[in-house]
Design a binder for this molecule. Sequence first.
Ligand code: SAH
Length: 268
Amino acid sequence: MSDGADRVETRLYVEEPLQAGATLGLDHARAHFLRAVLRLKRGARIAVFNGRDGEWAARLDALGKGWASLVVEDQRRDQEPGPDLWLVFAPIKRARLDFLVEKAVELGVSRLQPAMSRHTAVSRVNRERLVANAREAAEQCERLDVPEVGEARPLFDIMGDWPSERRLLVCSERSAAEPLSVVLQAAAGGGAAGAGATGGGKDPWAILVGPEGGFARSELDGLLKLPFVTPVGLGPRILRADTAALFALACWQAFLGDGAIRPAMRET
Ligand code: SAH
């Protein structure tokens, strides 16, 4: 059990470099959160992380109406690379999208890429909202980084400049796709699961989930022609897009990601 001196009240993602003695200024929203929501007082300790320098403890040095400053004290965790797993998804309606983003962050994705397809019901995506939700989820689940959030782009524009070394699992409820578990088991075992399977979670992977209206036939045909694509089935039921994404992400983590290893037991 860490003693009270080491206890931190909350975690905050910051942009600034982290080193002992650095001073961090907090914007209005974060200052308000610490002061009015958490009712923290001067001297309280907070964990801070920036996705590069690990996690540090920082002390609340001064705060007022709409502003606060922290002084970085000591490092608590080294930066560790997470799995290199993208989620490419057709945006869905706001409440479900907020849920999907939060769960994808908890499930360790390294990038969230909205993809506009023929039947996508949403005409625009509020990227700032996705970024804010992703940061909040990363703070809560004790990640040491926040996933990148791409601008929404047409599906085949994304495919057009796709990094060829990144395997893309296309969740397809209609085509004759192999069960996801079979594809992942083979990749985990290094076996050949269809053309171009790569072994293990150290490689770059991605998962694509369609909109509530599904992929158009022509979209699926176009996707299945791409060399880096493996279609996968998620079972006999038609899952909602958010359910399908979480199902696929969880399976990937269990077979290839860090969900397959015992968590490093951290001091509570
Ligand atoms: N309305 C569509 C279903 C879309 S479900 C229809 O009835 O045809 C939303 C997305 O979730 C799909 O595009 C697919 O990517 C994924 N999905 C849902 N159920 C799935 C399943 N059983 N297997 C694979 N992917 C699935």
